[in-house]
Write a protein that binds this ligand. Structure first.
Ligand SMILES: [Mg+2]
Length: 373
């Protein structure tokens, strides 16, 4: 059957998948993980003479899953009925398990379908979803534990003093024992670098125990840290809730949320002051918008996790947005591989009102050296 919008055929005819792996500038690490490269799984569905674009920061296994399992569900569907295609994909993966790779594979397709639908309707995605705001506040995120002091100060200074971003986040969680660790020194360096006015956030990536996290919060009180992300594992909801009651900074978590039940449990446990959600993990824009509704039902704001150019349009459309994480690795890759990447100067991303969809084009020449399949 052929679907149509006006004179335009909206039936999805094809679904191209490619994988790119981009090395980091130097080895990077947080409190609990080290890495030296980042992989994107890029999806391009076609309807009529238009092509959608979406991706997930994941693993090449997602590309296999999309080709072997999801393609048969997506091709032949109507590109205007994104929630129907999303539902069909989720059902089709029932026996594979929803969290993790499945959810990231569905995410890449779902994002590309929203981009395609907006292009078919010749609207910027933020206008298709409906805007609450034109400017999306961001915070600069990096400050890896693997950086030396010069690299750390250069990065933070660039965001705050050159780009005018009034909030930044560094990684901690690598050291805390009987002696105050390197974490405290780096927090002090960060505060000194950004000055008194910018907000300072820290992310332990689950690197502390409950007691360590509370002691750390008290020890860093003089640096006016206002956001303490994943002080302990985000799976330990009772510990997050306990820590929240005992410390001054906001507690945030949620980046490993793959479905609505996860977000619901985290909110209901009163484990966070602000819910993080990542649309490249939680099965795309379709469920990210619902995650924002779950947060709203608990009186919470949402912070969009990483992938800044994918989150900018959806983030412009939810009422309870706090901000978007302008993550160094992803910002660097998106600026390098995509035409139309947004500029955070002044502390906001402003979705381009003059370009349809996400407003992005894959620069195939720039991307080709990193292509794996
Ligand atoms: Mg984090």
């Amino acid at each position: 059957m052929t679907a149509a919008h006006g004179a335009c055929d909206t039936t999805i005819r094809d679904l191209a998948v490619s994988v790119y792996t981009v090395p980091t500038e130097q080895p990077e690490a947080d409190g609990t993980l080290q890495w030296s490269q980042t992989t994107l799984v890029v999806v391009e569905p076609r309807a009529g003479d238009l092509t959608g674009l979406g991706w997930s920061y994941a693993t090449g296994a997602c590309a296999t899953l999309i080709e072997d399992v999801l393609r048969e569900v997506v091709v032949g569907s109507d590109a205007l009925d994104v929630p129907a295609v999303w539902e069909a994909m989720i059902r089709h993966c029932r026996n594979l398990g929803r969290p993790g790779i499945v959810s990231m594979a569905v995410a890449a397709v779902d994002i590309a379908l929203w981009d395609l639908k907006a292009k078919l309707l010749d609207l910027p995605l933020c206008r298709l979803l409906g805007q609450v705001r034109t400017d999306v506040p961001v915070y600069g995120s990096g400050g890896f534990t693997s950086y030396d002091e010069q690299t750390l100060t250069r990065q933070l200074s660039g965001w705050v003093h050159e780009l005018g971003i009034p909030r930044v986040k560094i990684k901690i969680g690598e050291s805390w024992g009987s002696e105050p660790g390197r974490d405290l020194t780096r927090i002090a360096v960060a505060r000194q670098t950004i000055g008194d006015d910018a907000e300072l956030y820290v992310d332990a990536n689950g690197g502390y125990t409950r007691g360590q996290a509370v002691r750390m919060a008290h020890a860093m009180a003089g640096q006016r840290v206002s956001w303490f992300e994943e002080p302990v594992s985000s799976d330990d909801l009772p510990a997050l809730a306990d820590i929240r009651r005992e410390i001054e900074p906001d507690v945030a978590a949620g980046e490993y949320g793959y479905d609505l039940h996860y977000f619901q449990r985290m909110c209901a446990a009163r484990a966070v002051d602000c819910l993080q959600a990542d649309l490249t993990r939680c099965a795309g824009i379709t469920d990210w918008l619902r995650a924002a509704a779950v947060a709203a039902s608990h009186g919470l704001q949402v912070s969009a996790h990483c992938a800044p150019n994918l989150h900018a349009h959806p983030a412009a459309s939810i009422p309870n947005l706090r901000h978007l994480e302008y993550f160094h690795d992803h910002a660097r890759i998106e600026n390098q591989l995509f035409d139309g990447a947004l500029n955070p100067a002044g502390g906001d991303l402003r979705p381009d009102q003059g370009r349809p969809g996400l407003g992005l084009t894959l620069d195939r020449t720039a991307a080709e050296p990193y292509r794996r399949r």
